[in-house]
Ligand binder design. Structure first.
Ligand SMILES: Cc1cc2nc3c(=O)[nH]c(=O)nc-3n(C[C@H](O)[C@H](O)[C@H](O)COP(=O)(O)OP(=O)(O)OC[C@H]3O[C@@H](n4cnc5c(N)ncnc54)[C@H](O)[C@@H]3O)c2cc1C
Length: 383
């Protein structure tokens, strides 16, 4: 169907929401993004965007070739925690290299493209509820404003209100994983930038350079039972981080000792949503399928969703049919990727003899390990 001139509202101005707004706008729809934040900012942390996400950024003309602001990775390295001993080197996926982005830079590129394409932004607009009517959707903001649109997209993240409207209330579950994140200034220019994943019992650390090697991004995950609070922006105590990872040696140990301003938060999760759409309102990104970060795929999945959502309108004859087609295309893929990330939570944190056995196996299969995830990276939603 032709969506030229139809009114869409995207709720949430994160990576998934802005990408969806762009994909719909580029097909002629009038698109407004409703974002609760009063300014467009992002936390200072890194993101790995693999080829399955990069194809969408290129197709939306968000990045060119070579892609702006990203650092091209040559692959990843697996290390053991004690002295940073090498377990395995994994080459870049056959599909194409992964790029390391500062979140603020990636969101900045998306916002620039959205402004170029005349997507409208309404900041400080927090959505309370969305209702389906026979021929449109009604959006109610917390300040009481009501808007009628042809279609509403809930890209409002892992604690989505729009998801609750479609699925009823669901309490998020604490995954018993706590994540620390930080960036530190970095001056070593590595000719071969790669992500280093250092595995220890009950913990792992991922490091990779950002912004032309001037920053090192650090995500340190530990299994813990003592946490009840959800949310991103809690300041952590660097000494606490360093004590919890004190037995991590080698370069990662050095990097952790340099951290001065860590953030810490518990990873809460809801399952992949039962209901993604009702014919006028649809979910996208973390709102539909929050994932543990252990495949670095949450943002990539949100980009894939954005493209597939807009493409469904090309192929279907009504909004209802397009949203149903979008859901049925995306659900199996999201479920598979979310499950792969969940399995890595176990694989990265093995203890005792299990850890040694797994490391011996990893040394033997080394580069072939990368091929195991080809189905994630060589998926081209734009093809
Ligand atoms: C430690 C960590 C590392 C990660 N690393 C990677 C990685 O390397 N690669 C990768 O692909 N993914 C990674 N991810 C996942 C990725 O960050 C998320 O999957 C992605 O940001 C989801 O995008 P989104 O647009 O769906 O949601 P969000 O980015 O959460 O955006 C939601 C937006 O909606 C707004 N909003 C919320 N509620 C409302 C409301 N009621 N009204 C209006 N606005 C609202 C919010 O303010 C926000 O701007 C990582 C995640 C974590 C936790």
């Amino acid at each position: 169907m032709n969506i030229n001139g139809l009114n869409f509202c995207v709720i949430g101005g994160g990576i998934g929401g802005v990408a969806a707004a762009l994909a719909l706008r580029q097909r002629g729809a009038k698109v407004t993004i409703l974002e609760q934040a009063i300014e467009l900012t992002e936390v200072g942390a890194g993101l790995q965007i693999s080829e399955n996400g990069m194809v969408v950024l290129r197709a939306l003309n968000v990045v060119g070739e070579p892609p702006e602001a990203g650092l091209k990775s040559v692959g990843s390295m697996l290390r053991d925690f004690r002295a940073g001993r090498s377990v395995s080197d994994i080459p870049a996926p056959v599909a194409g290299p992964t790029y390391y982005y500062h979140r603020a830079d990636l969101l900045g590129l998306l916002h620039k493209a959205a402004i170029r394409d005349s997507v409208e932004f309404r900041l400080g607009a927090r959505v309370a509820r969305v209702y389906k009517h026979p021929t449109d959707a009604e959006i109610v903001l917390t300040d009481g404003t009501r808007l009628r649109v042809d279609c509403a997209i809930g890209a409002d993240g892992g604690r989505s209100e729009i998801r609750s409207g479609l699925n009823g209330p669901e309490a998020p579950e604490f995954t018993h994983q706590v994540a620390w994140r930080a960036t530190i200034p970095w001056e070593r220019r590595d000719q071969n930038p790669c992500a280093v994943l250092t595995m220890g019992p009950g913990r792992h650390v991922v490091t990779y350079p950002l912004r032309n090697h001037t920053l090192m991004n650090i995500v340190a995950i530990e299994e813990r039972s003592d946490w009840q609070e959800e949310g991103w922006n809690r300041r952590g105590d660097p000494e606490d981080l360093q004590a919890r990872f004190a037995d991590f040696g080698g370069l990662v140990g050095e990097i952790l000792r340099k951290v001065q301003e860590p953030y810490v938060w518990a990873l809460f999760l809801r399952p992949v949503a039962e209901c993604w759409q009702n014919g006028r309102v649809a979910l996208l990104g973390d709102a539909a399928h929050p994932t543990l970060p252990f495949m670095a795929q949450g943002a990539c999945l949100a980009l894939e969703d954005a493209w597939m959502l807009a493409r469904a309108f090309d192929e279907q004859s009504s909004i209802e049919k397009a949203l149903a087609a979008y859901e049925s295309h995306r659900r199996p893929r999201a479920q598979q990727v979310v499950a792969a990330a969940g399995a890595n939570a176990r694989n990265f944190h093995l203890r005792g003899p299990m850890r040694l056995a797994a490391q011996t196996a990893l040394m033997a299969i080394g580069p072939r390990l990368a091929r195991r995830y080809d189905w994630i990276y060589d998926y081209d939603v734009t093809a």
